[in-house]
Design a protein around this ligand. Sequence first.
Ligand code: UDP
Ligand code: MG
Length: 314
Amino acid sequence: MQISIIIPCYNEENNIHKFQLEMQQVIDQSFSYELIFVNDGSQDNTENILRELAKKDDKLYYISLSRNFGKEAAMLAGLEFAKGDAVIIMDGDLQHPPSLIPQMIGKFEEGYDQVIAKRNRKGDSLMRSGLSSLYYRLINWFVEVELENGVGDFRLLSRRAVNSLLSMNEYNRFSKGLFAWIGFKEYIIDYENVTREDGKSSWTLPQLLNYAFDGLLSFNNKPLRASIYIGTTLTAVSVLYVIVMLIQIIFRGVDVPGYFTLISAILLVGGVQLTFLGLIGEYIGRIYYETKKRPHYLVLETNMDRTDSEKHQK
Ligand code: UDP
Ligand code: MG
């Protein structure tokens, strides 16, 4: 049995050594493994460190991407190169404790296809954890797959789960949704949240908001349907209002001071129209990117050989 461990890294120069040390302590010699570091266009010394480590350790591989393509692309690169019977995806910043790996592999041997590590929200600000639980409640109302709070990319995937993920070649990859979409037998392991020690999270507030939108838009077209409902409701209300006005005019004559109603109606309808125009634009934008069929990432340098992995994919 071979296990591939994929670690996307963006500016993690201070974490790689620590990561490797922790890893060595938990990795069991009873199975063979490969460590695949994906250097996602780091601006620091990550690339050199990985190249040096790979010279000393024949189980350590690296894939350097030609620029920063984002974590989704980095994970995909790792998945495409991985040869293992099972693949574990984890962060390089030690927020995903390697100590969970033996347990994950144990569950894989029991026959689970996805062994998911789920963190609690300890250490997150009250505001952030509150907002995320609200978000998950809201989004699950829309999307047809169940997205779970606290569940991220830290997981083990069986070969067939990996191949299923690779068969979904969309450009806008929302992994959280893709993982949920493929299904198979899942097992959840809970763990205590770890805060980042070194370096900083690459998430900014606008990015988090964008991610939230991606989650909503990339998995369904229900928001478009909502526009039909809201549109028809507004139309119905307006028709009723017009009838009421008409009756009033017939019986009481024209009432000139209608400024407030007029402005309210214009603003409300205008706002709703703009919102849905933007929404439609979002979907069109996605179609635009999908039709280009660009690769998700470009490789600058690697000590792996991709042709090997390609036969696993088919
Ligand atoms: N990462 C990456 N490309 C990016 C941003 C992040 O490969 O553009 C990696 C990063 O090195 C880390 C993991 O993805 O290993 C998670 O990133 P981060 O810690 O910034 O996110 P958070 O833990 O706050 O969700
Ligand atoms: Mg992190």
